[in-house]
Design a protein around this ligand. Structure first.
Ligand SMILES: Nc1ncnc2c1ncn2[C@@H]1O[C@H](COP(=O)(O)OP(=O)(O)O)[C@@H](O)[C@H]1O
Ligand SMILES: [Mg+2]
Length: 296
């Protein structure tokens, strides 16, 4: 099959490299597609797309792999692929729901999935009341579309919250204030859901004092035998957002799993090491079988 990876990165980027290796080994033809080299065309015949000024290559399936920072133009490319009836893993709607942390939490909460209490703010008004409501300070302050831990901070005082919010201009006009789940400081659980099943999981532990456990901030992963309860929550979260592939981040709160966020194009370098499995192959297998299922 012709398998497209929609990405702004090159073949050396870990997930891309792994997808290419796995696809070739499985006898498929992988192709990295740069959304910024796609030209969207609409006319009275509907929509199509050119690639680098030429006809769009034949693709049996596409994996959008742009991450939480996916821009509106890149979303339009995803939409166009969908309108061209190319099967997507994951599709436009599910990406639109999960790319922004608050929209993700909104949907999860509406499905009865436990999430940390969170408030969207656009300025510093009523902060004293909001702190009270979030049982802080300390509270967590987040950018709506941060990734790899870079847009998340722990504010220890009201002044710190104010300082962070006042310095967020240029990062979009809203931020998320969130209850700090102290008991899971520096630790979270990542579950990879593929096609409604948890395929691999790990617990991530920060090194040193950082309250964030992101691998990109030198956190380390370790194997974990995920309980039924955590598996269930991960699968339900992916389903609520309509995601075929999902990296579900959960905190181990006193009262059980709490979903922090769901990533629609999760990285898997650490998880492949920890789980000792070929995650690229597992994702591609799902994509290929999905297409075969649709064709038959
Ligand atoms: N409400 C919270 N309570 C405790 N720790 C948190 C909370 N929110 C985030 N963290 C820590 O910060 C890390 C990054 O937060 P997350 O929301 O997953 O953002 P990112 O998209 O940058 O990974 C999490 O993996 C977790 O370790
Ligand atoms: Mg995260």
């Amino acid at each position: 099959m012709d398998i497209g990876i929609l990405t702004t990165r090159n073949h050396r980027y870990h997930p891309n490299r792994r997808f290419i290796e796995a696809a070739l080994r499985m006898g498929h033809r992988p192709l990295l597609i740069d959304p910024w080299k796609c030209q969207l065309v609409v006319g009275h015949n509907g929509g199509t797309m050119m690639y680098r000024g030429k006809g769009f290559p034949h693709l049996d399936v596409v994996l959008p792999r742009i991450g939480a920072t996916i821009e509106d133009y890149e979303m339009a490319v995803v939409k166009q692929l969908e309108l061209m009836a190319i099967p997507l893993v994951n599709g436009f709607d599910s990406i639109a729901k999960s790319r922004d942390k608050f929209s993700c939490l909104q949907i999860l909460a509406s499905y009865g999935i436990r999430v940390p209490r969170s408030i969207v703010v656009t300025d510093c008004r009523n902060l004293v009341k909001l702190m009270w409501d979030l049982n802080g300070p300390p509270v967590i302050v987040k950018l709506l579309r941060g990734r790899q831990g870079t847009g998340v901070t722990l504010a220890e005082s009201l002044q710190a919250v104010e300082f962070v919010l006042n310095n967020l201009s240029g990062f979009g006009d809203a931020a998320l204030l969130q209850e700090f789940v102290e008991e899971s400081r520096g630790r979270d659980v990542r579950a990879l859901v593929v096609g409604g099943e948890v395929k691999a999981s790990m617990v991530r532990q920060s090194r040193g004092e950082d309250f964030r456990s992101n691998i990109h901030l030198k956190g380390v992963g370790a194997g974990i035998d995920l309980s039924e309860e955590y598996r269930d929550v991960a699968v339900k979260s992916a389903k609520a957002l309509g995601l075929d592939i999902a990296g579900v981040d959960m905190l181990e709160s006193r009262d059980g799993p709490m979903v922090l966020e769901v990533n629609y194009s999760p990285g898997f370098r650490e998880l492949e090491k920890v789980a000792r499995m070929d995650i690229a192959e597992s994702i591609l297998n799902y994509a290929v079988n999905m297409v075969k299922g649709e064709q038959s």
